[in-house]
Design a protein around this ligand. Structure first.
Ligand code: BES
Ligand code: MN
Ligand code: ZN
Length: 513
């Protein structure tokens, strides 16, 4: 999408479609909705007034109303997009509302659109209390960009319904406010592009996006973004004694890829400065291996590399946003296959850390590749770790599709991560990983087992990883329920979500502001 910001009265903008937000300012539980436009232009208000007052439009979140030939406006159409109650308004509603505007344009083949930056018509900004300018601008452009892709690349009958251009039109305010709108716009474009890149990777089928191909795409991104990138395979896993990662990879005809992406801020960093380690699970297809999965829904397991995609996307955004902190991205990519050479239940493998792992179930492969990835990141000097993985079905059972399961071994690190959430707008729910769960993965045969039984499956998976994070402050994100959107939403198509990219970037930035 071609995007720009114009500072002018929205009514004077010639565009096929102008979208304007509205909120419901009615208070009290059973009160009739009172929709109010979030725009300061009298002409826009007049054009919408009759419909706003009709009672047909309630300004519910992502509720839309399309008017043709609105009187007094240069726009051919006026789209009113509800953001819900004024009282509960936040930048998250703006993100969704902007997405809904783009998704309203697409089926109508409207190729060029404008969205009015939310402004309060009242003299005070009482309805916009929770919309700081930078964040609002950022969320608006994020929502619009994320709503655009269709994920129908492989359909011969695909129709090009893309929105080609988006103009954000904001009133010409004080220089400072205008600068804030532009800053948010700039950041939002970077974050959305990174997230869309991650989604593109997640959308690819397993036969196209092999570990080798993921290495190539990461390398191409790094070359373009100015990051260093090394892509290793089997020989390096052997050299580093990554016995857990190698065990998962050994049953596949596709060689594994260990991808290391490095960002160093301009001017370097102090020797005692934090180094952020971003570790991703990159199983390009998870059959379960010898502990093979049922056929039903197995095709979904192409997205078992969404954690890696999030890290690759995050590195792209970090390269552009340039925080003053060193960041190393480590991607552990392999295909989990049943084969004559595959690893088996009962096998004992030695991880890079030296710990021996008794394999109980070859379908618990994610934690194996991450065990070596986390340990390796520490040997590269990482002082803070985050991993993202579509790790357990148990996390989907526990939290469903609305919250990422979050685990941490360090309160301060968890608090820092959570402080970025109002900006990213992504949802996380913390689950425990206290040592009283450790017994469930105790092994008779080796140091640790790779599964811990039916109870608390997401927790025991986290407990396994915690063993390899050791004393290093660490966050684990189980994104199994949030990496793929199964139901179309007014602001988002079905398909890959690119979850966690924005929050991980925000967390990294909080160490290098
Ligand atoms: N990739 C799966 C987890 C998964 C399930 C992701 C559903 C997305 C949607 C993971 O490798 C896996 O198979 N986990 C097993 C662990 C079990 C064997 C302990 C699971 O969740 O069943
Ligand atoms: Mn598995
Ligand atoms: Zn898996």
């Amino acid at each position: 999408m071609d995007t720009k910001v114009l500072f002018q009265d929205a009514s004077a903008l010639a565009t096929p479609m102008l979208a304007v937000f509205a909120v419901d300012i009615a208070t009290g539980k059973d009160a009739d909705p009172i929709p109010v436009l979030l725009n300061t232009s009298d002409a826009v208000t007049n054009a919408a007034e009759k419909f706003i007052r009709s009672g047909e439009f309630k300004a519910g979140l992502c509720e839309t109303l399309l008017l043709h030939a609105p009187s007094g406006l240069k726009a051919e159409r006026l789209l009113i997009v509800g953001l819900g109650k004024a009282k509960t308004l936040s930048v998250d509603e703006v993100r969704k509302g902007a997405g809904a505007a783009v998704r309203a344009a697409k089926p109508r083949a409207i190729r060029d659109i404008a969205i009015a930056f939310p402004e309060d018509h009242a003299l005070s900004d009482e309805h916009l209390e929770n919309l700081p300018c930078v964040m609002t601008s950022r969320a608006l452009i994020e929502g619009a960009e994320l709503a655009e892709p269709e994920w129908d690349t492989y359909r011969s009958d695909r129709k090009d319904l893309s929105v080609r251009s988006l103009t954000v039109v904001a009133k010409d305010g004080e220089a400072l406010t205008n600068a804030e709108v532009l800053q948010g716009f700039h950041e939002g474009l970077i974050l959305a592009a990174a997230q869309n890149f991650a989604r593109t990777l997640v959308n690819e089928p397993g036969n196209i996006l092999t570990p080798t191909e993921m290495g190539k795409r990461a390398k191409a991104m790094c070359d373009a973004a100015g990051l260093t990138c090394e892509v290793f395979s089997t020989a390096k896993l052997t050299e580093l004694k990554m016995g857990a990662f190698a065990a998962v990879a050994q049953g596949s005809a596709e060689p594994p890829a260990l991808i290391v992406m490095t960002y160093i801020p301009e001017g370097g960093v102090a020797p005692d400065a934090p180094v952020m380690g971003l570790v991703g699970k990159g199983i390009t297809f998870d059959t379960g291996g010898i502990s093979i999965k049922p056929a039903d829904n197995m095709e979904k397991m192409k997205y078992d590399m969404a954690g890696s995609a999030a890290m690759i996307g995050a590195m792209q955004a970090i390269a552009a946003l340039k925080p003053k902190v060193k960041v190393i991205g480590v991607v552990c990519s392999a295909e989990n296959m049943p084969d004559g050479k595959a690893f088996k239940p009962g096998d004992v493998v030695t991880a890079m850390s030296g710990k021996t792992i008794e394999i109980i179930n070859t379908d618990a492969e994610g934690r194996l590749v991450l065990a070596d990835g986390l340990h390796y990141a520490k040997t590269l000097g990482c002082t803070h770790l985050v991993d993202a993985a579509t790790l357990t079905g148990a996390c989907v059972v526990a939290l469903g599709y609305n919250n990422v399961g979050l685990f941490s071994n360090d309160e301060e690190t968890w608090e820092k991560f959570m402080s970025g959430i109002p900006k990213s707008g992504e949802s996380f729910w913390r689950l425990p990983c206290t040592d009283d769960y450790r017994d469930q993965i105790k092994s008779q045969i080796g140091d640790i087992m790779n599964t811990g039984g039916r109870a608390a499956g997401a927790v025991t998976a986290a407990m396994f990883l915690k063993e390899f994070a050791g004393d290093t402050p660490w966050i684990h994100l189980d994104i199994a329920g949030c990496a793929w959107n199964e139901e179309v939403k007014p602001w988002l198509p079905k398909g890959p979500t690119g979850i966690a990219v924005r929050s991980i970037v925000e967390w990294v930035r909080s160490y290098g502001a």
